[in-house]
Each structure stands twice: as C-alpha cells, then as structure tokens.
Ligand binder design. Structure first.
Ligand code: TXA
Ligand code: MG
Length: 337
C-alpha cells in the first residue's frame, strides 16, 4: 500500500525528524551538492533493501556510503592507499567517491556482494547535518526510479518516490547537478569509473589518471565492467535522444532539416535566435550544462518530445561528465557531421 511522503525543510527540527526515521531503519530523500540521494543506514541490511525496492534497482549495483567526518573512513574501509588520504584532504567534503576494500561492517546488500565499497563525504550542509544527526553512515544512490534521470530538485524525488518512502528533505536545487566522480586505485594511479565535477584534469595534478574506456564506450552484452553502473541504461527520458556532433552552423542546419512533429532540439542556449525548430536549452558552459542536464531531460518528457537532437557538449573538465550522462541517455547514439 502507498505510504504518505512528507516534504521536510532543513530546519534542525525537521532534520532531527528525518534522522529519527533513518535511525529506525526507514529511507529518506536527501539533498546533496550533486543530486538527491535515497538514504538509509548503511549498516542496516533491512533498511538498505528498502532502497533497492523503492528504486527498482538491480541487486548487483552497489551503493555509495556517505560519511560526514573523515575519521569515519577507516571504520568502513581498509588497506587505504596514501594517495586516497591526499585526495580526501584535497576534495572532501565534495563530489568525489573513492572505491576501497570494505570492512565486514558493510553488509553485502550495501556493496552488492563486492569486497569493495564506494565512500564519499558530501559538502551539502543538510546532508552533513542529517548524517551527523542520524549517527550513521548513509548508503545513498540517486533518488530516482532506476533508469530515469537523477533528481536535482525535491520535486523530482517526489515525482519518482511519492508513496514509496516516508520523507524527502527539500534542500533546494543541487548546485553541481551530475553525480560524484567515482574512482578506484591501481597502484599509484587513479582510475575514473564515472566522471563528475572533480575532473580528470584536476585529479591528474595529484596522481596518474586512467579514464576507464566505458566512460565513452558502451559495454558489450555480458562484457565484464569495473563498476556495475556501467552496464545499465541510464538517465533516459521517454524520447529517443541522439547526440549531434558538429559546429554550431552544422548543428543548426541538421536540426532544421530533421524538424517535425515531436522533434525537439537540445541546444546550448546562445544559438537560440538561430534555431528554426522547437528547442530546450541546457547551458553554454560545462558547469551550466551539468547543473541543468537532468532537469532538462525530465522536462522533455513533460513536453511530450519523441525525438531529441542534443548538441554535443565539450568533453573537457566537468563536460566529460555531461557527455557521459548524455551518451547513456542517448543509448550511445551519436551523429557526427
Ligand atoms: O553524487 C553521487 O554519487 C550520488 C549522491 C546521492 O551521493 N549518488 C549516486 O549513487 O550517484 P548511484 O548509486 O546512483 O551511483 C553509484 C555508482 C554506480 O554506478 C555504482 O555502480 C558505482 O557508483 N559504485 C558504487 N560502489 C562501487 C564499487 N564498490 N565498485 C565499483 N563501482 C561502484
Ligand atoms: Mg544513480
């Protein structure tokens, strides 16, 4: 049966209420600087199972564990390389998740049976307060139904989770807009499993960086991947999305030739005056594009778009995260002009 879902603010009283739910093994929508998460006590297998059920998440896709204090890292992970401490010092609190060998205390359901765990320390104030008030480390995937775009506003969480969870904390729009950078360690090198706001360029100031091939290439059916999330179709609006790679002129010419019923252009913004078909803009800079991407993908459903031609983002800096999410929304369909 549906349960009623409370929309909470970020006052101390409301956060205490949410923390009480978490301490009792319930799950709660939580704002972070990247996207909204669906949080549960990471050490409580029955609570974590509720996350998988609410999202319809595949059982083999592990959850990220969120902490508010760096001292807690060693409670959950062991054999932590020196470079991980350096990166934590530089990028935490913030949108960086480190995959490390897990300790027993993390139940199998949280790590989806892997012997590693992804840990991150978010910098969103409400997330940090909620973690501290609950006294727990919080397992939290993005708070969307599996496969749909990640939520960057409380209203998106409500749209997907109303009736499935007891509460959502409304902390406003998520400023980063794409999920955290996920890395693993290989000797002294760092492998990027999922690009995010902490970019390959920034990380390479601290360590040798390997960008996993599956950031920009689809995994073949049954192919082994280093992060289970790489296997799944993600971020998909109902419309068919196609990325169009070319100059502004080539792109505008392409969409004017392919316009028609249900066709929408997904443009940067600055070319709006010159776009001859219905469009939606997702931003001129990579930072703007990251912040707007998921809300725009959700909006496309709202306007009933059937075919979307998205202008190819620059894959530099946080742009690589935008490109990666858009590729997945497009099922890796790219037209090169
Ligand atoms: O920004 C974020 O990371 C957001 C907020 C809520 O913190 N969380 C998030 O969680 O995006 P989720 O579950 O939607 O994505 C986690 C990704 C998945 O692709 C998963 O496969 C990967 O991280 N992952 C988690 N633990 C892992 C592990 N031990 N080894 C490899 N990949 C892992
Ligand atoms: Mg997700």
């Amino acid at each position: 049966m549906d349960i009623s879902t409370k929309l909470l603010g970020t006052s101390e009283e409301e956060l205490r209420y949410a923390a009480g739910l978490l301490a009792r093994g319930e799950i709660v929508g939580m704002p972070t600087e990247t996207v909204y998460g669906l949080a549960a006590d990471a050490e409580n297998p029955r609570a974590v199972e509720k996350i998988f059920a609410a999202k319809g998440r595949p059982q083999d896709n592990p959850l990220i564990v969120h902490i508010a204090d760096i001292e807690r890292l060693e409670e959950y992970a062991h054999s932590i390389p020196v470079i991980a401490y350096r990166l934590a010092e530089k990028f935490w609190p913030g949108p960086l998740t480190m995959v490390l060998p897990k300790k027993e205390i993390i139940p199998d359901v949280t790590s989806a049976g892997l012997n590693t765990v992804g840990i991150r320390m978010p910098c969103h104030e409400a997330a940090r307060s909620l973690i501290r008030l609950s006294g727990k480390a919080l397992a939290a995937p993005s708070a969307n139904i599996s496969g749909s775009p990640s939520p960057t506003e409380a209203a998106h969480v409500m749209a997907d989770m109303r009736g499935r969870i007891p509460a959502v904390v409304d902390g406003g729009s998520c400023p980063v807009g794409v999920e955290s950078t996920v890395i693993s360690f290989e000797g002294d090198a760092v492998r990027i499993l999922r690009p995010g706001f902490v970019s390959a360029e920034e990380l390479s100031e601290w360590a040798e960086v390997i960008c996993d091939r599956h950031i920009t290439e689809a995994a073949a059916e049954g192919e082994k991947v280093l992060s289970p999330g790489m296997k799944y179709k993600h971020y998909s609006p109902k419309a068919n999305v196609t990325i169009v790679d070319g100059s502004e002129e080539q792109y505008l010419e392409f969409v004017s030739r392919h316009g028609g019923n249900g066709v929408c252009a997904m443009i940067f913004g600055s070319e709006a005056d010159k776009c001859m078909i219905p469009y939606i803009a997702y931003g001129d800079t990579s930072e703007e594009q990251a912040a707007n991407l998921f809300a725009v993908l959700r909006k496309l459903d709202g306007i009933g778009a059937e075919q979307v031609y998205a202008r190819m983002p620059s894959p530099q800096g946080v742009g690589l995260a935008v490109y990666n999410r858009l590729l997945r929304a497009a099922g890796f369909e790219v037209v090169r002009l």
